[in-house]
Design a protein around this ligand. Structure first.
Ligand code: AMP
Ligand code: GLY
Length: 431
């Protein structure tokens, strides 16, 4: 197939990597892969095209010119901007929801409304438009306070704090941006799970669950980020969790979107908290999660192209059950100094090839660029994802950190505790 992947992060590199390796694994004809705009890592596997990724007409023109059989839209910004609608209108199969359906991610208030209509269990919430309302809402719920920017914020719009002043300050900052809305939520205790549910608008096919590490620093300290690492599978999740989430969350949400005439095609990312009072939705995203995708796709045996094309063409119900490797996979993000704030960039990166010499390891690019003389340099917050497979989480972790130790980037930071508690059997559920 000719496949065009839109985006430039490690998630898109993971998608391209999975598509590129299908042929070696299955002995099938290799795909012709294209990416827009892609990144220096993706450049080794796909032809790159310079396109404004939120410009639906430009992406559609490119897909048409290439004769693409499938377009995959990776990030939230082009989805919310309607890029999938434009491609779909041109008659090209596209994996990714249209703008209306992507509002499940684009507006937290909209997501709450859909969850209420579909009776999906989630945190109680108030949508507020001024600071007095926020103050009343947080005093009603009590600490810890959870304050969320209504709109897209690359994982950085959420503050969870015991400090009332910090909570109100964040609310003020969110409200100052274009008369925005703020969502105040009840605090959810318990470990978090990310479950990607692929849908063609009616059928739901869950992938393997993963866990993400959202905070910048070890021990879940520091500010929220886009995600500093991930692993899959989750040895500690109760049997039946995936079925429960499909039945109680994903299927009712997909049905509600279809009922509204805005069917959701793509990945419904269900972020969950396994609380003492049961499973609750923390958030929806309208796309694969980054960095969970890096670990989830590294374990997927069923060809990803078949799943995405079946979803794009409304044929998921006829797909055989997905097959998974029993291996564990751990992803550790190498971030630039300063992330998730203003970052240092332009420093050279070395040791990526040496890192990939470690058994079971591959390295995915995110914020990287080539300097004028061809040197790989850092150009963003999250720079690389080191993905390691092993027979269990202990081995996958060891390999990931051994590989990471071979990479040099001045000032870079990473968490040292990705999957550590799960590998040690220390995650417990209060239920
Ligand atoms: P969101 O952007 O909604 O995913 O929130 C980012 C992160 O903030 C989540 O992954 C959680 O770690 C945390 N968070 C969000 N909502 C809540 C909540 N209601 N209770 C506790 N933590 C939350
Ligand atoms: N890993 C969280 C996200 O992709 O939003």
């Amino acid at each position: 197939m000719k496949i065009l992947v839109v985006g430039s992060g490690a998630r898109e590199h993971a998608i391209v990597h999975a598509l590129a390796h299908e042929a070696d694994r299955l002995g099938s004809t290799p795909h012709e892969l294209h990416a827009a705009p892609g990144n220096p890592g993706i450049a080794g596997l796909a032809e790159l095209h310079v396109v404004d990724q939120v410009d639906g007409a430009a992406v559609t023109a490119l897909a048409t010119r290439l004769g693409a059989d499938l377009v995959v839209v990776g990030p939230e910004a082009p989805l919310v901007a309607g890029v999938a609608d434009a491609v779909r209108a041109a008659g090209i199969p596209v994996f990714g929801p249209g703008a209306e359906a992507a509002r499940l991610e684009g507006s937290k208030a909209f997501a709450k409304e859909v969850m209420a209509a579909a009776s999906v269990p989630t945190a109680m919430a108030h949508v507020c438009t001024d600071v007095d309302e926020v103050a009343a809402a947080i005093d009603g719920f009590g600490a810890p306070y959870v304050i969320k920017d209504d709109g897209l914020a690359a994982g950085k719009g959420v503050v969870v704090t015991d400090d009332r002043d910090v909570a109100l300050e964040h609310a003020r900052a969110c409200l100052d941006g274009d008369g925005r809305r703020v969502v105040v939520e009840e605090y959810l205790d318990g470990p978090e799970v990310s479950l990607f549910c692929v849908s063609d608008g009616s059928t739901v096919v869950p992938l393997a669950p993963a866990q993400d590490f959202k905070r910048a620093l070890d021990g879940d300290a520091g500010p929220n980020t886009g995600g500093m690492g991930a692993y899959s599978p989750l040895p500690w999740v109760p049997d039946g969790l995936v079925e429960e989430v499909v039945t109680r969350v994903a299927q009712p949400t997909i049905d509600e979107m279809a009922r509204r005439g805005t069917p959701f095609v793509g990945v419904l990312y269900v972020g969950l908290a396994l609380t003492s009072r049961g499973t609750r939705v923390v958030e929806f995203n309208a796309r694969f999660g980054d960095p969970e995708t890096q670990s989830v796709l590294s374990r997927m045996v069923t060809p990803l192209s078949a799943v995405m094309l079946a979803a794009a063409q409304g044929r998921l119900a006829s797909l055989p059950p997905l097959a998974w490797s029993d291996d564990a996979s751990v992803t550790v993000v190498v971030a630039a100094q300063g992330y998730p704030g203003a970052v240092r960039s332009g420093d050279p990166i070395s040791g990526v090839d040496a890192a990939e010499q470690v058994d079971g390891v591959h390295v995915l690019h995110a914020g990287t660029a080539r300097s004028a003389d061809g040197v790989l340099v850092a150009s963003g917050g999250r720079v690389l994802s080191v993905v390691a497979r092993g027979t269990d989480l202990v081995e996958a972790r060891r390999r990931a950190y051994e590989a990471l130790g071979r990479i040099e980037l001045a000032g870079s930071q990473h968490r040292t505790d990705i999957a550590a508690r799960a590998a040690a059997g220390e995650i417990t559920l209060a239920r």
